[in-house]
Design a protein around this ligand. Structure first.
Ligand code: ADP
Ligand code: ZN
Length: 206
């Protein structure tokens, strides 16, 4: 099974992707996590990407396309994979289509006015990538691995507005792109985490 998760920043893609990938035993590939890990490891790619992430802009298509193309060749993808955060532009979607056929694009729909609060309250684990929200999780360390949580630089309110604008301009057109291909499946992301997971699984199993 080869899946794509679409949705604006803060829709819960990462949280749902992790659960769905585990359930179907496919690789969870988050381009955002990959880029943040490149930045943390101070690689050349990380140095190039950092300026874009900090401004809430997209990393150039060519960079991200090469990164994903390599990643999906790895052994852990032979059962399938779930792309979380890719494609984010029509050019990326076309490139992906040139190297593989995806089965479904799951679109997680959340009203725009909810997103800022969701993103600005988000806290991340630097080690395992788990995400928490300050409204429901009060501890300062990760429940899964114990690392100290942090706030992503691009989750600050100043940058969030630009990320939402970039999403609307560059990524939202992918909804129509996959709809036309008959691959789109939209779920209501403005519900309890477990309920959203259920809805996605029901859709995929059907
Ligand atoms: P979110 O979905 O919450 O916005 P991500 O962790 O998926 O966050 O992405 C964080 C940042 O990483 C993006 O704002 C962008 O700068 C960069 N990025 C991730 N995926 C891509 C992509 N497919 N194309 C270009 N840039 C990307
Ligand atoms: Zn952790």
């Amino acid at each position: 099974m080869k899946l794509i998760f679409l949705g604006p920043p803060g829709a819960g893609k990462g949280t749902q992707a992790e659960r769905i990938a585990e359930r179907y035993e496919i690789a969870h590939i988050s381009t955002g996590d990959m880029l943040r890990s490149e930045i943390r490891n101070a690689t050349l790619l990380g140095a190039e990407a950092k300026a874009y992430l900090d401004r809430g802009e997209l990393v150039p298509d060519s960079v991200i396309i090469d990164m994903v193309r390599d990643r999906i060749q790895r052994e852990d993808c032979k059962n399938g994979f779930l792309l979380d955060g890719f494609p984010r532009t029509v050019v990326q979607a076309q490139a992906l289509q040139d190297f593989t056929d995806i089965d479904f694009a799951v679109n997680i729909d959340v009203p725009f006015e909810r997103l800022v609060a969701r993103i600005s309250g988000r806290r991340m684990c630097p080690d395992c990538g788990a995400a928490y929200h300050v409204s429901s999780y009060k501890a300062e360390t990760c429940q899964k691995c114990g690392a100290k949580l942090y706030q992503r630089d691009d989750d600050r309110e100043e940058t969030v507005a630009n990320r939402l604008k970039v999403y609307t301009e560059k990524t939202a057109p992918l909804i129509a792109y996959y709809e036309t291909q008959g691959k789109l499946f939209t779920v209501d992301g403005d519900a309890q985490i477990d309920a959203v997971t259920e809805e996605i699984m029901k859709g995929l199993d059907a």
